[in-house]
Structure formats: structure tokens, C-alpha cells
Design a protein around this ligand. Structure first.
Ligand SMILES: Nc1ncnc2c1ncn2[C@@H]1O[C@H](COP(=O)(O)OP(=O)(O)OP(=O)(O)O)[C@@H](O)[C@H]1O
Length: 253
């Protein structure tokens, strides 16, 4: 994307962002209101930018026909994902497969595979309303991956997952990132440290930092009390540097 701007009424949520993502797992980190969701919604083609150009899988998504082609190769888990509580897991994930225009013959096996990957096979015929919050989140992940997408967008995917499920989800992210471009927005710096190949730090609608989790952690230096782990301290240091422009040049990768 080049020159991306997203404006919500008077708020400039993203202000002239240039970014490119390749295969791997990319963590989008940033404080509240930084612009992470606005960025993911543009990439998911559910929101149009106010300005700039976005190309996904070689298609300019400003053109609606090209946007349609991209959607079948994309998986998206929004922060608040809509589902039908009366559907079973199998029915709901099959419905999403149908929306993505997957071939009907391939759908049943793809649904079972996606549900197995999130560890819900034993609840596949349960109605979604009978599941816990963490399980519903995993249904959201299953619907995002059912079409084996080339681009996967997860907005706060680990919210509501218990620690064991988070560990499993990070392992799934690493497996998915071997073939696809996976972009994960999160507040949880540990998720980034454990699962991501690259971190993009967003602050006040701009890119404050890009680098590997290791390089971000190295920015933190010694324990100065600004975070509980090296990567948290690196996150704080990168934010401080971005907010104090003269210092930024010293720590940019
Ligand atoms: N529909 C909207 N109408 C008005 N302002 C909006 C709208 N959506 C987002 N904003 C504003 O745009 C800015 C960026 O919001 P965005 O949701 O992209 O941030 P975020 O980094 O995802 O935040 P969080 O971590 O809190 O989810 C915020 O100031 C927010 O208040």
C-alpha cells in the first residue's frame, strides 16, 4: 500500500502509510486508537481508504471486480465477528465457505479440516450458542482459514482465549505463516514475540517501527522498569522514539 489514508469523520486514523507484507506472520502492535483495525479493515476490503493505493495479491483493490477476486483468497477474523448462534459449527463454517464461493464438492472436507485445526472437532455439530467465548473465537478462526487463504487477517484473535489456547493459536499462526501472509493485530506483546516473523508498530496513524521481534526487544536495552520483558521495553522505547522525532532516527531499523 502506498500513501494510505483513512479518515473517520474528523479523525485521521491512518495518515500516509506505505507498507508491504510478504509471506510470514506479521504482528501489528500499537496502543489503543493507533489505527490497527482501520488498517486491517482496508486490507480485508471491507473499508475503502480515503486516499492512497492498495494492491493485494497483485490486484488493485480500488477496482470492484478485482476486489471480488481477492476476497476468495482472503481470510478475515474481525475484532467482533458476527455469527448465527443457532447454526452448528459445521453449518456456520460451511456457510462462510459458500460465501467465499468454494467448490461445493470440496467444502465438507475443508470445513472438517479447518475445525480440526482449531481443536473443535468434538463440538463440530454443537450449536454455536452452546459454546464458550474462547470456543466461539476458535470458530471465528476456523471460518477465516476454511478456504486456505493466501492472506489471513486476524484482529485481536487471542482475546478471550485461555493461556493454553493462546499457546496453541501461536503454533497455528506459525504453521499458517509458512505458506501465507498472516497479519495479526494484537495488544499482547508476548503473542508477537512468540509467533511473528516481523513486527509493525503503529502509533497515531503512522508506522512507528518495523523489524523483527528480536530487533524490537534489543531496542529495550537493560531493565529500566518500563516493561516486564525485553520486548515490552523495546515496544515502549520505539513508541517514545516515534513520539520524539529527533530520537527516532537513532533507533529506526
Ligand atoms: N467508525 C468510526 N467513526 C469515527 N472514528 C473512528 C471509527 N473507527 C475508528 N475511529 C477512530 O480512528 C482511530 C483509529 O481507530 P482504530 O480502531 O483503527 O484503532 P486500533 O489501533 O485498532 O485501536 P484498538 O487497539 O483500541 O482496537 C481512533 O481514534 C478511533 O476513535
Amino acid at each position: 500500500m502506498t500513501g494510505l489514508r483513512v479518515r473517520h469523520r474528523r479523525t485521521m486514523a491512518l495518515d500516509g502509510v506505505d507498507l508491504a507484507f510478504g509471506p510470514g506472520v506479521h504482528g501489528l502492535l500499537g496502543p489503543n486508537a493507533a489505527g490497527k483495525t482501520s488498517l486491517i479493515r482496508v486490507l480485508a476490503t471491507v473499508a475503502a481508504p480515503s486516499d492512497g493505493r492498495v494492491e493485494i495479491l497483485g490486484e488493485d483493490v480500488g477496482d470492484h471486480r478485482r476486489r471480488g477476486r481477492v476476497r476468495g483468497r482472503l481470510g478475515y477474523l474481525p475484532q467482533e465477528f458476527g455469527y448465527y448462534p443457532g447454526f452448528t459449527v459445521r453449518e456456520f463454517v460451511s456457510y462462510v465457505a459458500w460465501l467465499k464461493e468454494m467448490p461445493a464438492t470440496a467444502t465438507p472436507a475443508a470445513v472438517e479440516r479447518a475445525v480440526a485445526r482449531v481443536g473443535l472437532t468434538d463440538r463440530i455439530d454443537a450449536k454455536i450458542r452452546t459454546l464458550s467465548g474462547g470456543m466461539i473465537r476458535r470458530v471465528g478462526i476456523a471460518q477465516a482459514i476454511v478456504n486456505e487463504p493466501h492472506i489471513l487477517l486476524f484482529d485481536e484473535p487471542t482475546a478471550g482465549l485461555d493461556p493454553e489456547q493462546r499457546v496453541e493459536f501461536r503454533a497455528l499462526l506459525r504453521r499458517l505463516g509458512a505458506d501465507a501472509t498472516v497479519i495479526v493485530s494484537t495488544h499482547l506483546v508476548e503473542d508477537v514475540a512468540a509467533a511473528c516473523t516481523e513486527v509493525t508498530l503503529v502509533d497515531a496513524g503512522q508506522i512507528a517501527y518495523r523489524g523483527t521481534p528480536g530487533a524490537l526487544a534489543a531496542l529495550g536495552g537493560s531493565d529500566d522498569g518500563s516493561g516486564d520483558s525485553a520486548i515490552e521495553r523495546g515496544f515502549m522505547a520505539a513508541l517514545r522514539a516515534h513520539r520524539a522525532p529527533s530520537a527516532a532516527r537513532e533507533v529506526s531499523p
